[in-house]
Design a protein around this ligand. Structure first.
Ligand SMILES: Cc1cc2nc3c(=O)[nH]c(=O)nc-3n(C[C@H](O)[C@H](O)[C@H](O)COP(=O)(O)OP(=O)(O)OC[C@H]3O[C@@H](n4cnc5c(N)ncnc54)[C@H](O)[C@@H]3O)c2cc1C
Length: 244
């Protein structure tokens, strides 16, 4: 049984109007791989406890003193996420357990091209991969296709822009806005189509591993198309965040 660790909220910043990143100092943390998640538990003054899973946004680390970041999107009717986005404050204590997961991870020793496909807050573990890739000065291409409602809901906007600009040859970021696009965008709004997934991702001939993360239905749809397009199922790794 993996134990719970005490964690202090060291810093908080807004990602969007409905999402925040919490930087946690976790006691006896042993680091994480890119793509792993943790269980996060909050306790109310009356002793009531609730826990949820959150992907780790920070890059891979073996430093027990490094802060561990999670980015949480508020669900209107949710129990835990509204508290994490609007209630919790710097200095508050919570508990975390993990890191969890050995399948939905990217390791710098992987030499094949990497395609990342995010739906909404599903970008979080993919950001960890991009951060590790950038930190290692990794030579293989890493491409992100990010489906999101509108520009104001994009997480890590500036960092993604800088990453794509700085390592133009290795990192590409494509956005698919589902409800509202920036002025002058050449793509009309709407959900990703199979043709777009084919056009905007690393083709199967190049032997990529593709990581898909987001709401359940998004992941099912995209992963199904990737296999139809010729990607071996074993090279399509998925992480489902729940919901529809
Ligand atoms: C491995 C893993 C990693 C995750 N990482 C993140 C992350 O990095 N950031 C993040 O914001 N969330 C992440 N999630 C989702 C997170 O665990 C919670 O499910 C989410 O924050 C909702 O919790 P809640 O208590 O607010 O809502 P709940 O009270 O649990 O649920 C409220 C309602 O929302 C629905 N619902 C639950 N989850 C979702 C969802 N993801 N999308 C749409 N509807 C949903 C429920 O079915 C219910 O109807 C992850 C989930 C998993 C399984």
């Amino acid at each position: 049984m993996v134990e719970w660790h005490r964690a202090t909220v060291e810093a908080i910043h807004d990602e969007t109007a409905t999402a925040r990143t919490l930087a946690l100092r976790v006691e006896d943390w042993r680091g994480q791989l890119s793509g792993q998640h943790l269980d996060l538990r909050v306790t109310a003054p009356d002793g009531y406890q609730a826990s949820r899973e959150y992907s780790i946004a920070s890059g891979a680390s073996t430093d027990p003193d490094a802060l561990v970041e999670v980015s949480v999107e508020e669900l209107d009717d949710g129990e835990v996420s509204p508290y994490l986005v609007r209630g919790i404050e710097v200095g508050d204590m919570i508990e975390v357990r993990g890191p969890v997961g050995g399948y939905f991870v990217w390791k710098p020793e992987q030499a094949e091209p990497i395609q990342l496909i995010a739906g909404g807050s599903g970008v979080v573990p993919l950001m960890s991969m991009l951060r590790t890739h950038a930190g290692a000065g990794h030579p293989t291409p890493m491409r992100l296709l990010y489906s999101v409602r509108a520009p104001e809901f994009v997480f890590y906007t500036e960092e993604l822009r800088r990453l794509a600009e700085k390592s133009a040859a290795h990192v590409m970021v494509d956005y698919a806005f589902t409800r509202q696009a920036p002025q002058g965008a050449d793509r009309s709004v709407g959900r990703l189509s199979r043709t777009e997934v084919e056009m905007l991702t690393v083709s199967p001939e190049l032997g990529p591993t593709t990581y898909v993360c987001g709401p359940n239905a998004f992941v099912e749809q995209i992963a199904g198309w990737l296999v139809e397009l010729g990607h071996p199922a074993s090279r399509v790794r998925t992480e489902r965040f729940g919901g529809v």
